[in-house]
Structures are given as structure tokens and as C-alpha cells.
Design a protein around this ligand. Structure first.
Ligand code: GLY
Length: 570
């Protein structure tokens, strides 16, 4: 097996850990002259795949295609695609890495204890459902920033496919119809009042589904850019909905929202450079630690066979430590000092790897942070014929977000406030705990696990990956990277090989896809692990191989990947 070496470029990390806000520049045609023979998309549904590929065929670049995909998914994948949420976009353009943070922000009147009752207990339903669960949406501002800096086709052209799908309708896939029915049942079971059924109840598998209010909102965005969402009629509808339903977002909050360009987290691994998500994502730091500790382990042991009991155990031992650090140190870098360079420092990672117990799970309560002193969401990957790439992960948090639609505007709100730590030590929906670093503050961005990631080598971008799944995103991204580049699987195997996840809490529990060897499962149970069989993730990955681009979307989802020969560009 190839040895894995993680070398941290200190200077790059130092720039990464003090977030830089770069002024967006006007979009220009990329200067990279020589086109590769191919372009590829790996998307979570067929509508976004076809629309994004058409943008590439029309001469758009990877960012143009990503903007179109983002808006199309707001129409055709309402479980996670959105106007009412946010996300992260990792970019390689003309060989330069970049990162756009369009994560939601807490409203101005949000405060640390806003989800606690008189006894100090967390009122989970309020951070997960309804208007009060929503952070200020970032998607429209994010796409506008991406377009200003890198877009080449007109904004209105890029939003057009979404307008058309909302106005003219689209044929509802079985999986969407099933998810809507499941969600309406869940709302009923829990006695939650929502207008969700008014907007989505008429969606029937195999039949055309129209969203006229959403179409009008998209037209407003198409014609006016962010002013068509954060000001005027749409903004007034958002605020009216908030006022009628106990939400906090005001007109001032909408005007105050800004998407931020940050230095991506960039690290050297083998002959590759990983370009991934900095805080307020926890994902890039976590992937660096996970891969780094596996590397240190493999220096003194044979690298465990892929998906063997030893591999799952060692990766789970690492996961315990990754998530202990996440809980303590990670938060919005505009509000707290996140010690990124220390957390990914080679000596620190080697010290943490030295704590790994080879034969049995470490006791969970003993794992402290190491420095001294339905989840849903969706992801897509794009590579254009110039070799530019986008990894974009976007979310409204849980499936169908806060479960309520802005009346008259036709889009679902996020329930991202649950990604804050409502109370130190009390797990959120994803079982993640946190403390001061991720406490609620006005205009702060809640910690995320979204980890859109690119890998480059001396010839350019070699892999683009990402996944939904809350905290399991970190495992899906780590394992898809290892599958594609360490175990050298093709794209299809890299996304469909069974994956696993361990995150400190619940104690000694490994979440596993079906498909593992029975002996692996029984060996892990014999070691004291509890197996949780709930599936997670939906990886969309593009890999450059000597034969050309290879793209795949995970088979369990409703994704579609396309690789197409491109006409040579001078
Ligand atoms: N809402 C899930 C995440 O951002 O990690």
C-alpha cells in the first residue's frame, strides 16, 4: 500500500486560519486557453445535471454551471436544494483555489439561550421546525457573489432553467413524491402545524408539478439579482411570514446578510493538494485530521485493508478525537479564534494518533479535546473543459428544512439554527455537542460539517467530491477521497463502496451502510461497538484519470452524472 504523507504548508494554513475577505471582482472569461477534451457534472438529480451540462455546452464555466444547478435544485430537490438556505462553494479557477461562504447567519435578535425553557432545558422543536428555526438565508447572495467574481454567461441566462422548471413544471420523481408523503405524515404524527402540504401536497410521482409562487420569486431574482430577494416584495413576504409565525428575521437582517470569500483550507497530501472548507465549516479541519492520523498510523503499521474490521476500528478511533476537537474549538471565525493551524499541525496530529487503541474502542468519556489548555443537504461537483472545478454543498439543514414555506414566495425556510450549540454539552439533531465557540450570537454563522473538496496535482484538478448528511458528511468526504486516491477506485466504486461513520457520541456506535462483510460486523460487535444501520450521504464525485474524466453519483440517491467530450477551445 502507498504510504500517506500529510505535510502542512504552514504559510498556507496561516493564511487559511485568519479568514480573508476578498472584494469580488467583475466576472471575466477565464484566460486558461487550452481546453481539455471533456467536461463533467455529478449532480443530485437529473434536472440539475441536464441544466448544468447545457450551461457548459453553451460555453459557460464551472461556476456558471454551479449557479444554474443551485437554482434548479431549489425547484426540483426541495428536500435540500434551496433559496431559503445557504452553503459553501470550493472553487478552482484558472489554477487558483477559492472558497465562498454563503452560510446562513443568526438574526440580530438571536441570543445564546433562545432555545432554552425556564428550567434551562433545550426546546428542540423550536430550533428544528418553523420560522424561529431559520437563520438569514445566504443562497441568493452567494450565487450573486460567485457570478460577480467568476461568471461568464449572463445572470439571467443562468437563473432561467429554474424559472422554467418552476413555471412550466417538472415530472415528479418517485423518490421526491415518497419523501413528500413521508414528511407530511411526520408533520401529522407530531401535531406540527405547517403550510407544507399546501405547497407540496399535490406533487404526484410521474405527474407534472407546478410552483407558480416560486417561479415569481425566481423571476424577481433573475431580474433584480439579490435586491429581488433581500429587498422589495420577496423580502416583505419573508418578514411578514416571520412576524406571523414567531420568527426573528427582519428587513434589516436581510439587508445585513453578506456572503464571504475566504481562503480555503489547503494542505498537501501525498503528491496532491487538498482544497477544502475552512471554518465556519468543521469539515476541512476534520478531513485533515482524519487523513492525517490514518497516515501516522500507517507509518508504523500495515495500512488496514479497505473496509476491514481493523480499518473501521482505526478510523473510528480517529473519529472520536476529530469530534472531540470539533465540539470544543470550531465555530465562526468572524466571532471566535479557531486554532486551525494547531489542529492540523503535524506534531499535534501525530500526538493524537499516538492515543489510538489498536484492539478496543477508547473509552468515550476519556476523549477530551486535544489541544493543551434526515438529515439532508445536497452536493454537486462540476469540471469544465478548461479544467476549472466547483465543489458545492448547500443546505436547509434537515429534509425540507424548517418544514414551512414563505407564504406567497413559495420557498422553504431553513432550520439551520439547530447547528448552533443551544446549550453546552447537549447534542443537536446530529448528535454533535458544542460549547462557547458555537454558541448563538447575532449575525454569527452556525458551525457546519459541509465539506466541498477539490484535490489537485501538478496537472490540475484530479478529484472533486462532497456529500450531504450532517456530521456524516465528514466521513463521506474523507472516505470518498481515500477510496478515489489512496485505494485508487474508479468514480463509481469510490461513491458506492459501503461507508461508515463514528463521531464520539453516541458512545462506541458505528453507523454503517449495508454491504459490509458479516465478519467485519461481528468482529466490531465483539470489540464492543454498537452498529447503527441507518444509511447516510449522497456523494457526487468527479475524478480525472489517464483515460479522461470519470464521474459518478451515489446509486441510492436520484443523482445523475454526465461526462461529455467538449469541442477544443483555442
Ligand atoms: N446543516 C448541516 C451542516 O451544515 O452541517
Amino acid at each position: 500500500m502507498k504510504t500517506v504523507i500529510l505535510i502542512i504548508f504552514t504559510s498556507i494554513f496561516l493564511s487559511a486560519c485568519s479568514p480573508s475577505v476578498q472584494e469580488p471582482t467583475t466576472g471575466t472569461t477565464p484566460e486558461v486557453p487550452k481546453a481539455s477534451a471533456q467536461q463533467a457534472v455529478a449532480m443530485p438529480d437529473t434536472f440539475s445535471a441536464d441544466a448544468a451540462m447545457q450551461v457548459l455546452k453553451d460555453g459557460g464555466n464551472a461556476v456558471d454551471a454551479a449557479i444554474t444547478a443551485q437554482f434548479v435544485l431549489a425547484v426540483t430537490l426541495p428536500e435540500a436544494g434551496n433559496l431559503g438556505g445557504g452553503g459553501f462553494m470550493t472553487i478552482s479557477m484558472d489554477g487558483s483555489p477559492d472558497f465562498l461562504d454563503y452560510r446562513e447567519m443568526a438574526p440580530a435578535s438571536a441570543h445564546r439561550d433562545m432555545y432554552l425553557d425556564e428550567e434551562g432545558n433545550v426546546k428542540f422543536i423550536e430550533s428544528l421546525f418553523g420560522a424561529k428555526a431559520s437563520g438569514i438565508p445566504g443562497t441568493v447572495a452567494g450565487m450573486w457573489e460567485a457570478h460577480k467574481k467568476y461568471g461568464t454567461l449572463p445572470w439571467s441566462r443562468l437563473v432561467a432553467p429554474a424559472v422554467e422548471l418552476a413555471e412550466q413544471g417538472f415530472i415528479v420523481p418517485d423518490k421526491l413524491a415518497n419523501n413528500i408523503q413521508w414528511y407530511m405524515g411526520r408533520l401529522q404524527e407530531r401535531g406540527l402545524e405547517s403550510n407544507f402540504g399546501d405547497y407540496f401536497g399535490s406533487a404526484v410521482a410521474g405527474e407534472r408539478f407546478f410552483q407558480p409562487e416560486l417561479a415569481n420569486t425566481l423571476k424577481s431574482i433573475q431580474q433584480q439579482g439579490p435586491a429581488g430577494f433581500y429587498e422589495g416584495i420577496v423580502a416583505n413576504k419573508i418578514v411578514a411570514f416571520m412576524e406571523a409565525n414567531g420568527g426573528l428575521i427582519t428587513l434589516e437582517d436581510l439587508k445585513a446578510y453578506n456572503a464571504v470569500w475566504r481562503a480555503p483550507l489547503t494542505l498537501s497530501w501525498n503528491d496532491y493538494t487538498l482544497v477544502t472548507a475552512p471554518p465556519p465549516s468543521s469539515g476541512g479541519v476534520a478531513v485533515a485530521q482524519w487523513i492525517g492520523m490514518l497516515d501516522v498510523y500507517a507509518e508504523s503499521h500495515e495500512l488496514p485493508e479497505h473496509n476491514s474490521a481493523e480499518y473501521l476500528h482505526i478510523m473510528s478511533e480517529i473519529g472520536k478525537r476529530v469530534f472531540a476537537d470539533r465540539a470544543e474549538y470550531l465555530g465562526d471565525p468572524d466571532f471566535v479564534d479557531v486554532p486551525v493551524s494547531q489542529l492540523v499541525n503535524h506534531d499535534y496530529i501525530a500526538m493524537r494518533a499516538g492515543e489510538i487503541q489498536q484492539d478496543s474502542p477508547s473509552s468515550t468519556p476519556d476523549i477530551e479535546p486535544g489541544l493543551v489548555e434526515s438529515e439532508d443537504t445536497t452536493h454537486f461537483s462540476v469540471m469544465d473543459k478548461w479544467g476549472n472545478a466547483v465543489a458545492n454543498t448547500t443546505t436547509i439543514n434537515l429534509t425540507f428544512g424548517a418544514g414551512v414555506v414563505v407564504t406567497g414566495a413559495g420557498f422553504l425556510l431553513n432550520d439551520e439554527m439547530d447547528d448552533f450549540s443551544a446549550k453546552p454539552g447537549v447534542p443537536n439533531f446530529f448528535g454533535a455537542v458544542g460549547g462557547d465557540a458555537n454558541a448563538i450570537q447575532p449575525y454569527k454563522r452556525m458551525l457546519s460539517s459541509m465539506t466541498p473538496t477539490l484535490v489537485t496535482d501538478d496537472k490540475g484538478v484530479v478529484l472533486v467530491t462532497g456529500s450531504p448528511g450532517g456530521t456524516t458528511i465528514i466521513s463521506s468526504v474523507t472516505q470518498s477521497l481515500l477510496n478515489g486516491l489512496l485505494f485508487e477506485f474508479d468514480a463509481n466504486t469510490a461513491v458506492n463502496a459501503p461507508r461508515f461513520h463514528h463521531q464520539l457520541l453516541p458512545e462506541n456506535t458505528i453507523r454503517m451502510h449495508d454491504g459490509f462483510d458479516e465478519n467485519v460486523v461481528s468482529t466490531l460487535e465483539g470489540m464492543g461497538y454498537v452498529i447503527d444501520n441507518r444509511r447516510f450521504g449522497d456523494v457526487h464525485l468527479i475524478k480525472r484519470t489517464p483515460e479522461g474524466l470519470d464521474a459518478a453519483s451515489e446509486a441510492s440517491g436520484r443523482g445523475k452524472s454526465i461526462v461529455l467530450d467538449a469541442v477544443e477551445t483555442e
